[in-house]
Design a protein around this ligand. Structure first.
Ligand code: HAM
Length: 447
């Protein structure tokens, strides 16, 4: 992104013209890839029957502390929280799930739609240390299903997520799958972890010593080297699943196999947010080009979050991907944007500048009304320079407007690809420009 390679041509002390650390601009040259990726996600979601939800970028802080969990890194260390003028604590959303559930409950969607399928696209905020693929404002595409607790939905969502990644030309990736079990299993697993870690307490990081009593599962998610070193001997979740949880998990695996969606079972993944139960999964890029930030996305089931936030018990499952990471991994062919070819209208004669400007704009307006994309150059520079600027703006044809042309009701039309110029009557200009733009698209000569 633009800011990552920013030239420091300005004073180090002034921040007036610097974006906030970890928050990046997307300039017009990069935006087509973003648009293509978002369009691919929207199209994939539409094929699976999902509708878009758009929620505000901030919520009352309590939604995230209660929804995501106080002991998670996201809540404990990374939230952008501030007080508004009314003294309420607000937080820029660090993820989309809690906000979507809030909207689902606030609009009592469960009363009218037994199963709701939602997707979202937008910025999220986490105060992490910026690195390649890790930002403080980043963007996610995500999807959630409310009201269906079956293993089939888990498999369908993973299939949607995997198919989407494939459609971006990311062939080197893998889906890892695990189950956290439901209520009782999670509690029993927490007890098993406590039993394992208590004798090792002094070797744990300071944070994890605290987690040991409050939320031992979070020790498995810690990045501190001391904690990582002890992880190998920790009990595995899959070993403590109840029969029902095990059946659910086996069914997810069986359906994924039937759908031809590759996955591997990985009992070490636990995800960084507290609301999960049963199926959890992560999709990571495996070529190494993303470095340490190779997690493209992840998600899972969160069957108690809706009731924890005050709703009727409603099963739910979802996932989210980081757009920046997908863009780093995606192939250019998959995201090739089909941008419309452009025509430039060049005002070239300053002897009657006001008249030429007015006519140049009138011609541009007429062409645009025919659905053509037009940029106008009103600067009266050297013609060669004007051509070069037009080409840099993506123009494949130039319409040259001067005093003489206006008097004669003609213009000069230059094919910037074939480098040929001819005089064209105003009444047939639009059709001639259209022919040039179309020819540039198909790559064939016009005459
Ligand atoms: P998450 O694993 O925290 O899950 O985030 C999903 C993805 O967002 C990550 O895999 C990563 O690609 C991207 N991401 C996270 N933090 C950053 C960052 N600081 N910079 C760049 N990219 C980042 C969730 O957010 C859950 N809400 C997913 C979910 C939906 N679970 C159920 N439904």
């Amino acid at each position: 992104m633009a800011n990552e390679s920013r030239e420091s041509g300005m004073s180090k002390t002034s921040k007036v013209c610097q974006s906030v650390t970890g928050m990046n601009d997307v300039l017009p040259a990069e935006a087509p890839r973003w648009r293509a990726l978002e369009a691919a996600f929207r199209a994939a979601c539409a094929r699976y029957g999902f509708g878009e939800v758009r929620t505000p970028v901030c919520e009352y802080t309590e939604l995230f502390t209660r929804g995501i969990g106080e002991e998670t890194d996201v809540v404990a260390k990374e939230m952008y929280s501030f007080e508004d003028r009314g003294g309420h604590s607000l937080t820029l959303r660090p993820e989309g799930t809690a906000s979507a559930v809030r909207a689902y409950l606030e609009h009592t969607v469960g009363n009218t739609e037994p199963v709701a399928r939602w997707y979202y696209v937008g910025p999220m905020f986490r105060g992490e240390r910026p690195a390649k693929g890790r930002y403080r404002q980043f963007h996610q595409v995500g999807a959630e299903v409310y009201g269906d607790g079956s293993a089939a939905v888990d498999a369908e969502l993973i299939d949607l997520a995997y198919g989407f990644v494939q459609s971006l030309g990311i062939s080197q990736c893998k889906v890892r799958l695990n189950s956290l079990g439901s209520g009782d299993t999670k509690r029993r697993y927490a007890a098993a972890l406590q039993a394992y870690y208590t004798p090792l307490r002094d070797k744990l990081s300071e944070d994890s010593q605290r987690r040991l009593t409050v939320n031992p599962l979070r020790i498995l998610d810690s990045k501190s080297p001391e904690d990582v070193a002890l992880r190998g001997g920790a009990p595995h979740l899959l070993a403590v699943l109840t029969d029902e949880d095990r059946q659910h998990f086996d069914k997810v695996c069986a359906i994924l196999t039937r759908l031809g969606t590759p996955f591997e079972v990985d009992p070490t993944i636990i995800r960084g947010l507290d609301y999960y139960s049963r199926t959890i999964f992560e999709i990571s890029e495996t070529s190494g080009r993303l470095g340490a930030q190779d997690a493209l996305g992840g998600g899972g089931r969160y069957d108690t979050l809706i009731s924890d936030l005050g709703g009727k018990p409603t099963p739910a499952v979802g996932f989210a991907f980081g757009i920046e990471r997908l863009l780093l991994a995606a192939s250019d062919e998959a995201l090739r944007a089909d941008s419309a070819p452009v025509c430039a209208v060049l005002a070239v004669d300053r002897t009657d500048a006001d008249l030429v400007h007015a006519e140049a704009l009138a011609i541009a307006k007429e062409l645009r009304s025919q659905g053509l994309s037009v940029v106008v150059d009103t600067r009266f520079g050297k013609l060669d320079k004007q051509f070069r600027h037009a080409e840099r703006a993506g123009a494949v044809a130039a319409v040259i407007v001067g005093k003489q042309e206006i008097d004669e009701q003609t213009v000069k039309l230059k094919d910037l690809v074939a480098r040929q110029e001819r005089s064209v009557g105003r009444d047939v200009l639009a059709e001639n420009v259209r022919a040039l733009l179309q020819a540039s698209r198909s790559g064939s000569p016009t005459e």
